[in-house]
Design a protein around this ligand. Structure first.
Ligand code: KG4
Ligand code: ZN
Length: 321
């Protein structure tokens, strides 16, 4: 079954075609309009999706060498509601026009199942750490559609903390990739930063961001690379601390990383070095938002017999089941 996947929940206009685990096409257009604002402006995102989506879908179909797929999957949430609506409505219209099945996909489930596109793929049950600009959640994936939240952030997402620290340092948006790059030339022990803890396994990143701000206010000429490296060390410490504790508590020792922050070189380096754990790292371009993860999650549910009607609505907030 060749499935077209459409993703428009934030600032990537993306479409992909998968057939089983093979990715036949993967087209991602990252909107540039937000750079001048230092963050994603929802209304601009929705408008830019309407301008680009038809071309992106056409490019994906042509790259896959097909005129129409056997089914259509589109992100139905969570995300910026106007942005989600563009891809969801277009996906439903395409499916109706072609007379093929349609399924709405939870964006977070798309991320958490993206490891299944890798070879070797994780086997259920596995832990999935979804770290992006909007979410920081550790799931126990027991089976397709059966997920438990083991840990989540009580305030900022890890990617959001990266973006805010980058803004403090005037490094532009999105902040993650540039902080990651600069950190490689810095000393991670140079700046003392806290390793904040919320209750249980949950994370809190707003205190860490504030600690960076205070360091910058107190220091006359901060070494940017050292600040980046120290901040990054603190983020990776707390992310992996909860993963290790969750693995001990559940006895599940397979971990799949997902979401934009899973592209982070330090997180990847230290995750694969975790003793006793099997770690699945998605290809970097499949960490940030993409259509292949939506096509993949849609394909798995379609193969399990699921279908959605054309009355399916968009949802701004939505935890995968
Ligand atoms: O998954 P994603 O593309 O979009 C959301 O669903 O949020 O994640 C984007 C986030 C941004 O906050 C960006 O700064 C962060 O992922 N990010 C990174 C890296 N690449 C992207 N954070 C740290 N290191 C990176 N290399
Ligand atoms: Zn995402």
């Amino acid at each position: 079954m060749r499935v077209l996947g459409i993703e428009t929940s934030c600032d990537e206009t993306a479409a992909s075609v998968v057939e089983g685990r093979a990715i036949l096409a993967d087209v991602v257009h990252t909107q540039q309009i937000h750079v001048q604002f230092g963050g994603v402006v929802p209304e601009h995102a929705a408008r830019a999706h309407t301008e680009k989506l038809v071309a992106v879908v056409r490019a994906a179909l042509s790259e896959a060498g097909i005129e129409r797929p056997d089914a259509v999957a589109a992100t139905a949430g969570p995300g910026l509601i106007g942005a989600v609506l563009v891809g969801l409505c277009y996906g439903k219209a395409l499916a109706a026009g072609w007379g093929v099945p349609f399924i709405g996909v939870n964006h977070l489930e798309g991320h958490l199942l993206s490891g299944l596109l890798e070879d070797p793929a994780p086997e259920f049950p596995f832990l999935a750490l979804v770290v992006s600009g909007g979410h920081t959640t550790l799931y126990l994936a027991r089976a397709l559609g059966d997920y438990a939240v083991l840990a989540a952030t009580v305030d900022d997402a890890a990617g959001e903390a990266y973006d805010k620290v980058a803004r403090m340092l005037d490094l532009g948006y999105p902040g993650g990739p540039v902080v990651d790059r600069l950190a490689q030339g810095g000393d991670p022990t140079a700046v003392e930063l806290p390793r904040p803890r919320a209750t249980g396994l949950d994370w809190s990143f707003s205190g860490l961001k504030t600690a960076v701000r205070q360091v910058l206010q107190k220091t006359e000429r901060p070494v940017v690379a050292d600040v980046c490296a120290s901040f990054q060390a603190a983020v990776v410490d707390v992310l992996l601390d909860r993963v290790v504790r969750a693995a001990d508590e559940t006895g599940v020792r397979t971990l799949a990383l997902a979401g934009g922050v899973a592209a982070n070189s330090e997180l990847r380096r230290r995750a694969v070095a975790l003793p006793g754990m099997t770690v699945v790292l998605p290809d970097r371009k499949r960490c940030t938002d993409n259509g292949a993860m939506i096509a993949n999650a849609g394909r798995l549910h379609l193969e399990a017999g699921a279908r959605d009607g054309l009355d399916l609505g968009a949802r701004a907030g939505w935890q995968p089941a």
